[in-house]
Design a protein around this ligand. Structure first.
Ligand SMILES: Cc1cc2nc3c(=O)[nH]c(=O)nc-3n(C[C@H](O)[C@H](O)[C@H](O)COP(=O)(O)OP(=O)(O)OC[C@H]3O[C@@H](n4cnc5c(N)ncnc54)[C@H](O)[C@@H]3O)c2cc1C
Length: 456
C-alpha cells in the first residue's frame, strides 16, 4: 500500500510528537505522518525524571536561550491546557559542603545571569542582602527568576530544615521544576492528531532518494509493509538516531550513555513533599564497612563503588508518597541495547549518595525499600547540545541528541526543526544546534576546551 505525506517523522517520542504538533498546529501542514514501531512515548520519553531548568551556564548563551524559549512554550501550553501536565516551579537546589564549589556557584551564577538565566541574588546574612522568596509547591506562576545563592546557615536552616548540617552553600535556581512528561506528551499528541497528524505503527526500514533528495519511506509493521511518497523525512528516533540516519548514508556524531532512575514509596515519610529538585553536587566516597569494601573490590563490576564517585546524585518527591532517585555515577558510551542492564545495587548506591544532603534517607539504607528501577539512554553529541537541523541529503532532517533534557527542550527544538522544514525564519540560536557546526574548525577547537554543558 502506498500513500503520500508532506512530512514523515520517524519516532513518536517527545521529539517526534512535539515536531508533529508544530508542523500541524503552528504551520498548518495537512499530511504529517508519525511512524513508530512502539506505542507513543514508551521507549525513553516516559523514563525521564521530568525536570526542567533554564540553568545552563555554558561557554555561550545558546542553551540558556533555547531553554528559555522552550519553557516559554511549556508555560503557554500549561496555561492553555489548565496545567494538565502539572508543571511546577520549585526550582533546583544544588548543595555543596565545599567552599571552593560555593565560589564556582557565584562565578557560574554571574555568568548565567549575563547569558539570560536571570539575576543572581547572594544571601550572606547581611542587612543589605536581597530578600529570599521561598518556592511554592504547585503551579508555575509568580515565581522568582534567576537564582539565590544561600551562604548563610540560618537562612538555609529556615528554608530547608531537613538538609544535612554540613552543607556550606546551596544554589536555588528558580526557572526550574518538573512536570508530568506523559501528560505533556499526550496533550501534544492529542492536539497534533486533532490537527490531522496520522500515527502509523511500523518500523522505518528504508528512506528512498531520487536525484539526491528524499522521495519516499518504506516501513514494515504488524499489518504488513507500507510505503509513503514524501519529499521530507525527519529522523527523531531517540537512541536509534544514528542507526536511522545510516538509512540515508549519513553518519551522525552522537553516542549513548545508560541512565537509570529508581523510585519507591517513602513509607517512613522522610522526604518532604514540597522539596525542590535536590542535588548533591560534591563527589562522594561512600561509607562501607571493611567487609563490604573488600567484597565490592573483589568484582570488576562493583570495584568502582569503593572509589570516589562523581557529583550529581539527585532526587525529588513523586506524587503523594513516592520518591525518585538518580545518580549517573556509571556513565560512559555504550551500545543501545534493550532490555537495559540494571545493576542490583543501583537503589542502595543512590540512597547512600544522597544521605549527606538529606540525612533522613539513612533510615532506608539499613532496610532497603522495594524499588522500581528503569531508565534509558542519553543519546548526545560530544558537547551535549542537540541536533535540530537539515541533514546533508536534501529533504532530510534530524531532531534528536536530546540527551538528559528532551522533555524540557523539545518544545523549542521542535519549533526550530519545523522552521528548517517549512522555510520559516530561524531563531538566532539556530547555528548552535545545526550539524554544520562541526565543519567549523574554530568551533571544534573551542569545544575541546568546554567540557560538557550540564552534568545531570
Ligand atoms: C533516566 C532518565 C532521566 C531523564 N530525565 C530527564 C529530565 O529530568 N528532563 C528532561 O527534559 N529529560 C530527561 N531525560 C531525557 C529525555 O527522556 C529524552 O531526552 C527524551 O525522552 C528523548 O526523546 P526522543 O523522542 O528523542 O526519544 P524516544 O522517547 O526514545 O523516542 C524515539 C522513538 O523512535 C522510535 N524508533 C526508533 N527507530 C525507529 C524505526 N526505525 N522505526 C520506527 N520507530 C523507530 C522508538 O521506538 C521510540 O519510540 C531523561 C532520560 C533518562 C533516561
Amino acid at each position: 500500500m502506498s500513500s503520500t505525506a508532506e512530512v514523515v517523522i520517524c519516532g513518536a517520542g517527545i521529539a517526534g510528537i512535539s515536531l508533529a504538533h508544530q508542523l500541524a498546529r503552528v504551520h498548518g501542514m495537512r499530511r504529517v505522518v508519525l511512524i513508530d514501531e512502539r506505542p507513543p512515548l514508551t521507549l525513553t520519553s516516559d523514563k525521564s525524571s521530568e525536570a526542567y531548568r533554564n540553568w545552563w551556564p555554558g561557554p555561550d548563551d545558546s542553551m540558556i536561550r533555547l531553554m528559555n524559549r522552550s519553557i516559554d512554550l511549556l508555560e503557554e501550553l500549561a496555561e492553555a491546557s489548565g496545567n494538565r501536565f502539572l508543571m511546577n516551579r520549585r526550582g533546583y537546589l544544588w548543595c555543596t559542603a565545599d567552599p571552593v564549589r560555593a565560589e564556582d556557584y557565584r562565578e557560574h551564577g554571574l555568568k548565567a545571569a549575563a547569558e539570560g538565566a536571570g539575576e543572581l541574588r547572594i544571601h550572606t546574612g547581611r542587612m543589605s542582602d536581597p530578600d529570599y522568596r521561598p518556592h511554592t509547591a504547585d503551579g508555575w506562576k509568580d515565581q522568582p527568576e534567576g537564582a539565590d545563592l544561600i551562604l548563610e546557615d540560618m537562612l538555609l536552616q529556615q528554608a530547608f530544615p531537613y538538609l544535612g548540617r554540613d552543607i556550606f552553600a546551596a544554589l536555588h535556581t528558580r526557572r526550574c521544576g518538573w512536570l508530568s512528561g506523559q501528560q505533556l506528551g499526550m496533550e501534544l499528541l492529542e492536539r497534533a492528531r486533532a490537527a490531522g497528524v496520522e500515527i502509523v505503527e511500523g518500523r522505518v526500514e528504508a528512506v528512498e532518494t531520487t536525484g539526491g533528495r528524499v522521495s519516499g519511506v518504506r516501513i514494515s509493521g504488524r499489518s504488513g509493509n507500507r510505503s509513503f511518497a514524501t519529499g521530507r523525512f525527519v529522523d527523531a528516533a531517540g537512541p536509534m538516531l544514528a542507526e536511522v540516519a545510516r538509512l540515508l548514508d549519513v553518519e551522525l556524531p552522537v553516542f549513548s550513555e545508560l541512565h537509570l532512575k529508581t523510585s519507591f514509596e517513602d513509607h517512613l515519610g522522610v522526604v518532604p513533599r514540597d522539596l525542590p529538585f535536590l542535588i548533591w553536587d560534591d563527589p562522594r566516597r561512600l561509607d562501607w564497612t571493611p567487609e563490604e569494601r573488600e567484597a565490592l573490590a573483589e568484582s570488576e563490576a562493583t570495584r568502582r563503588l569503593t572509589k570516589t564517585l562523581p557529583a550529581g546524585a539527585h532526587m525529588r518527591p513523586e506524587g503523594r508518597r513516592h520518591v525518585l532517585l538518580l545518580w549517573p555515577y556509571h556513565t560512559g558510551a555504550v551500545a543501545e541495547t534493550f532490555p537495559l542492564e540494571i545493576p542490583d545495587e543501583y537503589t542502595e548506591i543512590c540512597l547512600r549518595g544522597l544521605t549527606r544532603v538529606l540525612p533522613g534517607l539513612e533510615a532506608y539504607v539499613e532496610r532497603l525499600p522495594k524499588p522500581f528501577v528503569d531508565g534509558g539512554y542519553y543519546t548526545k553529541t560530544r558537547e551535549n547540545r542537540p541536533l535540530a537541523c537539515p541533514l546533508p541529503v536534501e529533504g532530510a532532517f534530524a531532531h534528536g541528541a536530546l540527551s538528559g533534557y528532551g522533555l524540557m527542550a523539545s518544545s523549542a527544538t521542535a519549533e526550530l526543526c519545523a522552521a528548517h522544514i517549512t522555510g520559516a525564519t530561524l531563531p538566532t540560536y539556530a547555528p548552535a544546534f545545526d550539524l554544520t557546526r562541526y565543519e567549523d574548525p574554530a568551533y571544534l577547537a573551542r569545544v575541546e576546551s568546554w567540557g560538557e554543558d550540564g552534568q545531570l
